[in-house]
Design a protein around this ligand. Sequence first.
Ligand code: ADP
Length: 352
Amino acid sequence: MTDILDALQVGVLVLDEADKPVLVNAAARDMGLVRQRQAGAAAPAEEAHTIVRTLAGQVRRTGITRVVELDLPRLTHGEPLGVNVRAVALDGGRVAIEAADVTEAHRVARVRRDFVANVSHELKTPVGALQLLAEALLDATDKDPAAAIRFAERIKHESSRLGRLVSELLELSRLQGAEPLPEPEPVDVDKITVEVLDRAKTPASAKEIELRFQGVRGLTVYGNENQLVTAVVNLVENAIAYSPERTSVTVTVSEDNGYVDIAVADQGIGIEPRDIDRIFERFYRADRARSRATGGTGLGLAIVKHISTNHGGRVTVTSAVGVGSTFTLRLPSRPTEAALALPPSVEIGGAP
Ligand code: ADP
């Protein structure tokens, strides 16, 4: 009987009429529903957690079954344990308690709440700016046509940033598991680089930045071509955005032990060591003002990170302030488990 109960993932606990645990399984102990108590010189006894005893008392008095969600502080450090607890009155004043670990569900809910709060904030800013600019434009139309043109241009800039923000949010939520990764297919790396060049040449030439492609040709990776192009385009567009005019951006393709590396190197502003671990988080920007000026959304690298993970690869960065940065997308050159089956919704954000 005990071994059967110990095999369960749910915590099972029965308290007698005096709140003494008379049946406890291993999961209930692991969850901290019962704890060891030093009863003077007597043998150590187990006692139920205070919150559990309070709940048992209520159920015993009223005879009504209760289901509650609790965050129990852990004995060791770490995030609190989220448990869904159901307490039922039995005869003789006994109370049966079952508890399921819902920590992961709580964590996902928390990340989602933070995400919604961040998104609302990020959307409010450009919308507010657009309102002000539209009012200014109305005022200036008759009095100051030159200013009116400036306001109209800023409206154009802000609204295209807003449009990009919305489409990147959709992209990110798709990647976060709402829709599974389409069937992984062999993708020709040369096709990716050609497509990237095509998409990046306009922003590059606007800053007279030379785009160079070099390295091994004819390589294949497995996954989804559109997503891989998006990932490399994001890296190249960042390289252009965070570099001074008349520098160069180099994309190098190489092969290493079952992996294909696509490295994007720039001669740009570089990234401070304190920012480097955080730039892959959603909405994190080393320099908000600069990111706004370049039309950045703070989502580009979060998208790249998701795509690399979905494909069973990873993205890394090395950087020196004032010298430049190199972002490397590493992709398996054979189909992998991760590329074949998307993991269940994995949240990124606060904890990368
Ligand atoms: P953004 O839309 O702000 O560019 P990203 O998620 O693409 O958002 O990048 C996050 C931050 O990482 C940027 O705001 C910038 O501070 C930094 N960053 C990204 N790429 C580069 C780069 N090539 N050089 C310097 N900083 C970079």
